[in-house]
Every structure is written in C-alpha cells, then in structure tokens.
Write a protein that binds this ligand. Structure first.
Ligand SMILES: Nc1nc2c(c(=O)[nH]1)N[C@H]1C(S)=C(S)[C@@H](COP(=O)(O)O)O[C@H]1N2
Ligand SMILES: [Mo]
Length: 397
C-alpha cells in the first residue's frame, strides 16, 4: 500500500466520521486498515496477527498458538529502522572490502555466485534486543526509550544460506583481520536530526567465522522483502540488530570497528552502568510467553489448556514453571518439544479456574546453563534485555 493511498483512505474515514459523530469516527479509525498500516512494511499486517508500532510490526503472542516450532514468514515480526527496500536479486551484489583483506582489494559476489557456494541450513530465532521492553514501565515503574514491545518481537525460522566464513575465505580475509561489519541497503537512518548512515553493526571475527550465515531462504522459501531479500545476515543467539537485513557490503578490518549501533545503541546505560555504557550487547537473554491475548477472557468451571513458548540464548530450556495465582504457587509445565539451542520450546499447562475475576498468569523459564527469569529486570535507559517474569493479566468470566 502506498502512503498516498493510506492518506486517501484516512481522509475518507475522517469525512465519514465527521458526519456520523466523533464516537463513530474514533471507532472507525481504530478499525481502519489505514490506521494499522506500518509505513514501509510490504507484507499484509492483519490485526489478529500483528500490532503495528511505528515502522515496526510486533507478532501478537496469541498468534503463535497453533504454529509449529518455525514462525511462518507471514507471522514473523518486522523491525525496520526506515523502510523495506524492494531489491532485485539481479541487481544485487555483495561487496567485501577493507584493511583485513589480503592486498586490500575489494571482492564482489553476485547472487548467482553466492548461490553456487556450499549451503548450510539451520534453525535460529531472531529476537530484538528490546523485546519485552514495555514491561520496564508497566511492571517496574521504570520508563525507558524505544519501541514498547510486549513479548512478540521474536520469531524462529529455518535459514538457508552460505557460511560467512566461506565468503570471507573466498574474499581473501587475512589472518590479521579482527572484525567484520555488514551494512544494509535500506535508507540511511536519521534520528533526532542526526543522520547515522545505513544500518551496520560490527561483529568480532571469532563470531563471524563461528556460526554466522548469509541467508537467502527462510522456511524453505526465498526471503520475503521485509526480512531481507535477497540476502540477510543471521547471527544465531545474538540480539536482532546483529542480523543485518538486505546486506550490501561487509567491511573486513584489521582493527576493531564501531558504529552507532555499538556506541549509542545496544549498550546498557543508566544507573549502575559506566557513563559510556556497558560493553556492546551481544547475546540475547531468556524469556517465556503465554499464547494468550492480553486481557483474554476465560470462562470459569472449564478446563483450559494454557500454552506458551520459552527460549534462552545461553542454553536449551530446562524447565518452565507456571503460576495461575499471581506467583503464590508454581507448577511445572509440560514441554512439548525437545529443547534446543537457538530455538524455542512450546509448553502447556491445563487450568480449570473456578473463581471469576481478574488474575495474573506467570511463566518462568530456567535454562540448562542455570539461568532463571528473575522477578525484576536490571534497568537500563533504552530498555534492552528484559528478562523478568511477565505478569499476564486475564479475566475469568
Ligand atoms: N538493514 C537492516 N537490518 C536490520 C534492521 C534494519 O532496520 N535494517 N533491523 C534490525 C533489528 S533491530 C532487528 S530486531 C532485526 C529484525 O529482523 P526482522 O525484521 O526480519 O524480524 O533486523 C535487524 N536488521
Ligand atoms: Mo532490534
């Protein structure tokens, strides 16, 4: 949908509303497709699946219910700093350049050449560093900046592509290289009147050659436009910003690299952190979510199967506990999948509520490295790495 069409729809609705009265106008606006559109996202964003937040679309956690271990592309959250570029694989090329290449000569890979390299396939989640951020304010009374995600800025997919290691080798990376920096082909990002350039974030060479993929397929299909077509970086277990979409070039350097996405963003700032912030964030944390709408209504005197997901970037999930009385008592949930690293596990607990009224449902993940979701998450001004137990309010009717 083009912005011009959006505006026309909106004007029509406003005109219709002004005849019918302000209450109707508000109701129509709330229900209007124009009001739900995210500028710059190509795929449809049905309201039963997505919550639009600025240029981004969050998957509703109840929309994970019934999906398998892989999140279908049409349900996968989108985080765009600007807008999805519609690139063509015919014009696309990847330029590898920088002081860390032998002879310092740039090397180009077109799409056909990339596709001709040995391929690898692996499952990994992509999760925004700010997933769960809204709970800093709503549960801890600590306002933070950034997109107020609930728990749906995550998705799991089966990625197919080539190892970054293989591309670096073919490009002639020298033994003195220490860092690489992929950069996207989407528009330059301007914030607070400052142009920060195109989205880019360095990776230490050790991670780059370990398990990073240049992916061209998601769940057996070519990448959708919104998720990086024709090629994106996938950095398993790291925060989502590392997985640069629409990658166009990769700098290889014999000195460490920085970008605004390692200096200004994606560090922990605030009380308890150094003035220049923590070290740049790398690995995601652990979480769990109910596959229920916020404020869901559940009839009393009937058995419900409460389902959800749990995940940890540090290790496979070991256990999920659930409380149906606001945290007073806990029971162990049944895990429906074999827990794996870099994926998530579905869990289930039957529940037969007898008393009507509002109640908080809680879930708590523990992973095999011994990490457990705490009661409170360590505050930081940009609201990264929320890991605390979320209190999910529902009403028994
Ligand atoms: N080029 C580019 N890459 C990007 C972004 C972006 O805006 N531009 N957003 C990043 C962030 S913050 C996240 S969380 C993930 C989201 O990936 P998705 O939109 O495929 O879910 O992409 C990352 N890669
Ligand atoms: Mo993100």
């Amino acid at each position: 949908m083009s912005p011009a069409v959006d505006r026309r729809d909106l004007l029509k609705l406003l005109a219709a509303g002004s005849l019918a009265g302000p209450a109707v106008a508000a109701a129509q606006l709330a229900a209007a497709p124009a009001a739900r559109a995210a500028p710059g996202i190509v795929k449809p964003l049905p309201p039963e699946v997505f919550t639009v937040r600025g240029t981004n679309a969050e998957t509703r956690t109840d929309a994970f219910r019934g999906t398998g271990l892989l999140t279908p592309a049409d349900r996968f959250f989108v985080r765009n700093h600007t807008a999805t570029p519609r690139l063509s694989e015919r014009d696309w090329k990847l330029t590898v350049w920088g002081s860390g290449l032998r002879g310092r000569r740039a090397v180009e890979f077109d799409y056909a050449r990339l596709r001709s390299l040995p391929s690898v396939t692996r499952t990994a989640v992509v999760e925004c560093a700010g997933n769960g951020r809204s709970y800093f304010a709503s549960q801890q009374g600590e306002p933070v900046s950034g997109t107020p995600w609930t728990l749906g800025a995550i998705g799991a997919a089966r990625w197919r592509g080539v190892r970054l290691r293989d591309v670096l080798e073919r490009a002639g990376a020298s033994p003195s290289a220490v860092a690489v920096m992929p950069r996207g082909l989407d528009d330059e990002f301007v914030t607070d009147g400052v142009n920060l350039g195109r989205v880019r974030r360095p990776l230490p060479l050790a991670k780059a050659v370990d398990d990073v993929i240049l992916a061209y397929e998601m769940n057996g299909e070519p990448l959708p436009y919104d998720h990086g077509f024709p090629v994106r970086v996938v950095v398993p277990s790291w925060i989502g910003i590392a997985s640069v979409k629409w990658v166009g070039d990769i700098e290889v350097s014999e000195t460490p690299l920085d970008s605004p996405w390692t200096t200004r963003f994606y560090r922990l700032f605030g009380a308890g952190h150094p003035p220049e912030g923590s070290a740049p964030l790398t690995r995601q944390t652990l979480k769990s979510a109910f596959e229920l709408a916020p404020g869901a209504q559940l009839p009393a005197g009937r058995e419900h199967l409460l389902t959800g997901r749990a995940w940890s970037a540090a290790a496979p999930v070991r256990q999920v506990e659930v409380s149906v009385d606001g945290g007073a008592h806990w029971q162990t949930a049944r895990l429906c999948d074999v827990p794996r690293r870099d994926g998530w596990v579905r869990w289930a607990v039957p529940w037969r509520p007898e008393r009507t009224g509002p109640v908080h449902l809680l879930s708590r993940t523990t992973d095999r490295a011994g990490n457990t979701q705490p009661v409170r998450s360590a505050h930081n001004t940009q609201g990264y790495l929320f890991d605390a137990v979320v209190r999910h309010q529902v009403t028994v009717t």
